[in-house]
Design a binder for this molecule. Structure first.
Ligand code: NAD
Length: 440
């Protein structure tokens, strides 16, 4: 036996006298977490074993190597993935993430969550996800373009508006979507803008896509606040992860809910805090100019951990997975945790939050606004006819409000936490279609 307990394996710790206690290390593999969450829902729904087994694993996945000529003349080979998790309800849908710590299991988990997300907002799509192991912060625009086009040359064979449609995710942008669409169209010698979403509006993007994830999340916060008796115009909030989702959440809170107050924000370097309030528009400008939130005038520097534990009405985890774990869940003092990020809370932490009365709006419900407007983008591309912004926002509001109440009613009826309730709603919908299609 080795001397050191390894991650995700039980560790034994000698205690007083002859008593030995097995202390389980918390599971932090996102795919294992996604499977664990599904297992609980499958049990509560009484799913048959075939359906359950189909939903535990992706249907298809492609692993690729992408050679890219770097600016220094050398060829560097990047690893990438595309996971088509489940396409029972329609073509797969899910973003592409560029991240130095990307793993196949993260992509699988994100593909599973996309499957539940499209089902919970009831749009006719399945779930998928893609990723490339790379550090976009250290790459030039030319290198990023060659990498993006290289990804499509490899994965394009399994993409298309009627097969699998990617979108942006962490560290991928509308410009990257434009390069990818262009490459796909050259290969296939036809104009098919709907093969990817989150494009710039000038080439088939939808109005309202940029802020859709945050806006959709805030619609669910509005509904939650009403039910919890919180006056949304008097709330304080903190944003962990000041990127696309987080920045729009910061600026839209006032627009959608009235005069709420941003008191803290963070990015991958550190966080800032000002109890008197931070102007979200000024902070976006500052982040754009300096590349960080730290140093924003009038604010004090705090860590990401301190931000999560602040006494606020609404906490928006908006960065990456596993930031609220068994270690810090007991210290979360927010009334609502609105999960714009995917997978920010572990199952152990979920139980602690539920026990402590923190109302969690789970990730694949809270952040479903992005994929909802992506779906609107696909519809507009298919018709080659584009909607006005207020039409997009009205349709988004209707979808998010309905999805929130479907989940909330399940939470009340089955007396389970909001995440389990969201699973029950979504898994039931996917399972029903698999049965109708004769798969199981
Ligand atoms: P982004 O790349 O625009 O922003 C990510 C932000 O998180 C950056 O500001 C980065 O500095 C920060 N960050 C990274 N590591 C961090 C850490 N350890 N601690 C604190 N901050 C950290 O990405 P995004 O598109 O805003 O995505 C953020 C989350 O939202 C992801 O979980 C993503 O899957 C999810 N999401 C995004 C969308 C969308 O439409 N953009 C849709 C659904 C879900």
């Amino acid at each position: 036996m080795g001397l050191y307990p390894t991650l995700n394996k039980p560790a034994t710790k000698p205690l007083a006298g002859i008593r030995m206690e097995v202390i389980m290390t918390e599971q932090l593999n996102p795919f294992k977490i996604a499977q664990q969450q599904l297992d609980e829902a499958a049990k509560l729904l009484g799913l048959d074993s075939g359906t359950h087994a189909m939903l535990r694993e992706p249907i298809r996945e492609l692993h690729i190597s992408i050679p890219v000529r770097m600016d220094n003349g050398q060829v560097k080979v990047f690893k990438g993935f595309r996971v088509q998790y489940n396409d029972a309800r329609g073509p797969c849908k899910g973003g592409i993430r560029f991240h130095p710590e990307e793993t196949i299991d993260t992509v699988r988990a994100l593909g599973a969550w996309m499957t539940w997300k499209t089902a919970v907002v009831d749009i006719p799509l399945g779930g998928g996800k893609g990723g490339i192991i790379c550090n976009p912060k250290e790459m030039s625009a030319g290198e990023l373009e060659r990498l993006s086009r290289g990804y499509i040359r490899q994965v394009g064979r399994i993409l298309g508006i009627d097969k699998d449609c990617p979108a942006p995710d962490v560290y991928t942008t509308p410009q990257i979507m434009a390069w990818m669409m262009d490459e796909f169209n050259w290969i296939n010698t036809r104009f098919e803008p709907g093969m990817i979403t989150g494009k710039p509006v000038a080439i088939g993007g939808s109005l309202g896509r940029n802020d859709a994830t945050a806006r959709g999340g805030i619609y669910t916060v509005r509904e939650a606040a009403k039910l919890l008796g919180i006056d949304p115009s008097k709330t304080t909030y903190a944003i962990q992860g000041f990127g696309n989702a987080g920045q729009y959440a910061a600026t839209l809170m006032k627009e959608v809910l009235g005069s709420s107050k941003l008191i803290a924000a963070s990015d991958s370097r550190s966080g800032i805090y000002n109890e008197n309030g931070i102007d979200p528009h000024q902070l976006v400008k500052f982040k754009l100019e300096t590349g960080k939130v730290e140093g924003f005038p009038g604010s004090k520097t705090i860590t990401n951990e301190e931000l999560l534990e602040l006494k606020v009405d609404i906490l928006f985890p908006s960065a990456l997975e596993n930031v609220i774990t068994a270690k810090n869940a007991g210290k979360i003092r927010a009334k609502i945790s609105a999960e714009l990020a995917n997978g920010p809370t572990t199952p152990e932490a979920d139980e602690i939050l539920y026990k402590n009365g923190v109302f969690v709006i789970p990730d694949f419900l809270c952040n479903a606004g992005g994929v909802t407007v992506s779906y609107f983008e696909m519809v507009q591309n298919s018709y080659n006819h584009y909607w006005e912004l207020d039409e997009v926002q009205k349709k988004l509001d209707a979808k998010m409000t309905k999805a929130f109440h479907d989940v909330y009613n399940m939470h009340k009826n089955r007396k389970v936490n909001m995440r389990v309730a969201a699973y029950l709603v979504a898994v039931q919908r996917v399972a029903e279609v698999m049965k109708l299609r004769g798969w199981v």
